[in-house]
Ligand binder design. Sequence first.
Ligand code: ZN
Length: 214
Amino acid sequence: MLKTIKTVKTVKNNTIELIETQNTAYDKTILIIGVFHGEEPQGEYLINRFLKTDLSKIKNKLVIIPCLNPDGKSINKRQNANGIDLNRNFPTKNWKVTDNPEYFGGNEPNSETETKFMVEVLNNYKIDAILSIHAPFKIVNYDGPAKDLAQKISDITGYPVQADIGYPTPGSFGNYAGVERNIPTITLELPEDETNEVLWEVNKPVFEYLAYEF
Ligand SMILES: [Zn+2]
């Protein structure tokens, strides 16, 4: 039911995996991404747990990247091995060099292996919705035409919808995929102070909704 479609080697020789469900008849295609930021490992846990459930009757095709930033994860840092915040490296119209090292998006957009890989995935599939899993804000943020989907996920989780995260994010994935490519994009910000077990209980129905109902 699951197939690894592609693997990409990072600067530190870690592997990024792209996994697909192999349902041939499906309605929509959903892209799910974990660990954009290396110190936010919760998404990968939830994804792997969901992939262990029985997926034989899913309605939609799932395209999954359990961990986009394995180099950052290996050192528990937000950025990748080059010190770049991947969520500021996308080639958006408003891209610019950022001074703040915490959000440094590189000297030019789309410079990183991880970013190029994401852009390629968006070019290769007709994606109907994106779930990108982050921490620690406990909100459902969205970009592009995703207001209803954000509200649905908020109803499921109890995390409030927040359309604007409160600070500018040039080069962010949400800006790129949601605003500029018009793909409904959810940035699910998990709370940081919950166990994986509680996160799974709360968010399992989000995965189920995207796989079976959306
Ligand atoms: Zn994040």
